[in-house]
Design a protein around this ligand. Structure first.
Ligand code: KIV
Ligand code: NA
Length: 275
C-alpha cells in the first residue's frame, strides 16, 4: 500500500496522484484493480448513494459503514475517509473521538476535513494524536449554505490570497495532503507550487499534484447532471437500464429462466412423487 511518503515522493517526481471515491465493496475493488493511488470514501456518498440533496445529513456511522465495505474491496489501497458535517467543530474532544472511531472501526488510513480557520486547530490536534489528516479547501460542500451554492471559489485576488494563506496554515498544522475543489487553474498551480504537501485537485486545473473525481460522476452511474469539472469516461447507467429492461421483458414474456438457469429432478423421483 502506498503511504504519505510515496505521495510526497510522487509530488517531487512530478508523477500525478490518482484518487477516486468509492463507497462500497465492488467500487473499491474495481478502483484498486484499475490502479488508483488513493481511494476517498467521501461524504458525497450522501448524495450519490443515499440520495440526499446535500452532504449535510451524513453521519459518522454512515462513514464507518461505507469505509468498512470499501476496505474489504480494496485491502491494498490508501483510504481517506471524510469526517462528516459538524463532526469536528464542537470541540477538540469531539473531533478526536469521532476520528478515533473512524480510524479504529473502519480501516481508513486518514481522515479529511473541510475548511481552515477554526478547523486548523482540529487538524493540529488530530495530527498530534497520530491521525493523518487531508485538508479540503476551495468549494467545501459541507458549507454550501454559507457559500450560497456550489460555485467556483478564489476567483478574485483577495479570495485566492485567503485560500493560499489557509492552505499554508493547514500544511503548518500537519495536513498530509490538500484536496482543492473548484478553483481557477492559476490558483491550483500556485497552490501546488507553494505547498510542500500534495495538492489533489477536483476542478482545480491540470497543474496540481493529482486529481480526484466522484466514482459515479466519471462512470455516469445514477447521476443526471454533473459539474463542469467532471469528465465522463463511461455512461454505465445506459448499460444497466438496458440490461434491467431486458430482464423485465424476458420475465413478462416467460423467456427467463431458460433451461440453462433451471434445476431438474430425475424422472423416477418425479414419478415416485406424483405417480
Ligand atoms: O466527498 C467527496 O467526494 C469529496 C470529493 C469531491 C473531493 O470530498
Ligand atoms: Na467530501
Amino acid at each position: 500500500m502506498k503511504t504519505k511518503t510515496d505521495f510526497f515522493r510522487m509530488k517531487q517526481a512530478g508523477e500525478p496522484i490518482v484518487m477516486v471515491t468509492a463507497y462500497d465493496f465492488p467500487s473499491a475493488k474495481l478502483a484498486e484493480q484499475a490502479g488508483v493511488d488513493m481511494i476517498l470514501v467521501g461524504d458525497s456518498l450522501g448524495m450519490v448513494v443515499l440520495g440526499y440533496d446535500s452532504t449535510i445529513p451524513v453521519t459518522v456511522d454512515d462513514m464507518i459503514h461505507h469505509t468498512k465495505a470499501a476496505r474489504r474491496g480494496a485491502p491494498n489501497t490508501f483510504i481517506v475517509t471524510d469526517m462528516p458535517f459538524m463532526s469536528y467543530h464542537a470541540s477538540k474532544e469531539e473531533a478526536l473521538q469521532n476520528a478515533r472511531r473512524i480510524m479504529q472501526q473502519s480501516g481508513a488510513n486518514a481522515v479529511k476535513v473541510e475548511g481552515a480557520d477554526e478547523v486548523v486547530d482540529m487538524i493540529a490536534a488530530l495530527t498530534k494524536a497520530g491521525v493523518p489528516v487531508v485538508a479540503h479547501l476551495g468549494l467545501t460542500p459541507q458549507s454550501v449554505g454559507v457559500l450560497g451554492g456550489y460555485k467556483v471559489q478564489g476567483k478574485d485576488a483577495e479570495g485566492a490570497k485567503k485560500l493560499l494563506a489557509d492552505a499554508k496554515e493547514c500544511e503548518r498544522a500537519g495536513a498530509i495532503a490538500l484536496v482543492l475543489e473548484c478553483v481557477p487553474k492559476q490558483l491550483g498551480a500556485a497552490m501546488a507550487q507553494e505547498l510542500h504537501i500534495p495538492v489533489i485537485g477536483i476542478g482545480a486545473g491540470a497543474e496540481v499534484d493529482g486529481q480526484v473525481l466522484v466514482y459515479h460522476d466519471l462512470l455516469g452511474y445514477g447521476v443526471s447532471r454533473v459539474p463542469k469539472f467532471v469528465k465522463q469516461y463511461a455512461s454505465i447507467q445506459e448499460t444497466i437500464v438496458e440490461a434491467l429492461a431486458n430482464y423485465v421483458a424476458d420475465v413478462k414474456l416467460r423467456q427467463f429462466p431458460e433451461p440453462a438457469q433451471t434445476f431438474t429432478m430425475k424422472e423416477e423421483e418425479w414419478v415416485a412423487l406424483y405417480g
